[in-house]
Write a protein that binds this ligand. Structure first.
Ligand SMILES: Cc1cc2nc3c(=O)[nH]c(=O)nc-3n(C[C@H](O)[C@H](O)[C@H](O)COP(=O)(O)OP(=O)(O)OC[C@H]3O[C@@H](n4cnc5c(N)ncnc54)[C@H](O)[C@@H]3O)c2cc1C
Length: 190
């Protein structure tokens, strides 16, 4: 549904916008960079020893590429979460704090049941090898065995359908209400 209320029927939607920080971040009155809270390499907000931020909410200096910030990806968010927890504990006197540093080992992109591309350690892959590397890495990265089983079973249904069934119906009514309360316009339904 477009902003002029016209409707385009399709089976495929290509999402090409960037990722933006949650609206809350702009309301905190703290310095931001590209909509994300500025933090030190130890994920602490400068001048606020009790405030930490990580993941998409934070502009974390990329110590492997000086001058850049880490991109808003789950790869960084999950690792930064662990460093943040450690550093909050350190700020309370437990063990020592550390700086966030993670070297990018490549990219894997799962393109539905049949396709994938990947460049682990800068080796460019497509077709079946890319599919094996992509799905293998995703299973490795998913937390908890029960989730790995759930995703593996969903992937087995790829043999039966053109589209991956795991991507259908992810947004709950609660998500929709949250989006509305944050002022994010909801698509109009006919
Ligand atoms: C379509 C899409 C595809 C992606 N694909 C990939 C991928 O293939 N690989 C990859 O590495 N990364 C991918 N990403 C990026 C990845 O999802 C994010 O980088 C990651 O989820 C960030 O984790 P986070 O915990 O920092 O933030 P989030 O996962 O966004 O969690 C933040 C939470 O805070 C909640 N929240 C926000 N404001 C408030 C408030 N005011 N009060 C209460 N709660 C609030 C939100 O509802 C949300 O649950 C993708 C992102 C999108 C949107």
């Amino acid at each position: 549904m477009l902003s002029d209320d016209s409707r385009v029927d399709t089976r495929t939607v290509a999402w090409v916008t960037g990722v933006t920080g949650a609206p809350l971040i702009q309301k905190l009155g703290l310095p931001t960079e590209r909509g994300r809270l500025k933090v030190q390499p130890d994920l602490q907000v400068p001048g606020h020893p009790a405030v930490f931020a990580a993941g998409d909410a934070a502009a974390v200096p990329d110590l492997t590429e000086p001058g850049k910030i880490t991109p808003p990806t789950a790869q960084h968010a999950t690792r930064q979460g662990k460093v943040l927890a450690r550093n909050v504990a350190a700020s309370l006197g437990h063990r020592t704090s550390k700086q966030y540093k993670h070297r990018n080992l490549g990219l894997v992109v799962d393109l539905g049941p049949r396709y994938a591309v990947a460049n682990p350690l800068n080796v460019h892959l497509s077709g079946l090898p890319a599919k094996a590397v992509t799905r293998g890495y995703h299973l490795y990265a998913i937390p908890r065995a029960v989730n790995r089983w759930a995703v593996s079973l969903a992937w087995l249904t790829d043999a039966l359908f053109d589209r991956s069934v795991v991507s259908i119906g992810l947004s709950s009514q609660e998500d929709a209400q949250f989006a509305a309360s944050e002022g994010i316009p909801m698509p109009k339904t006919s």
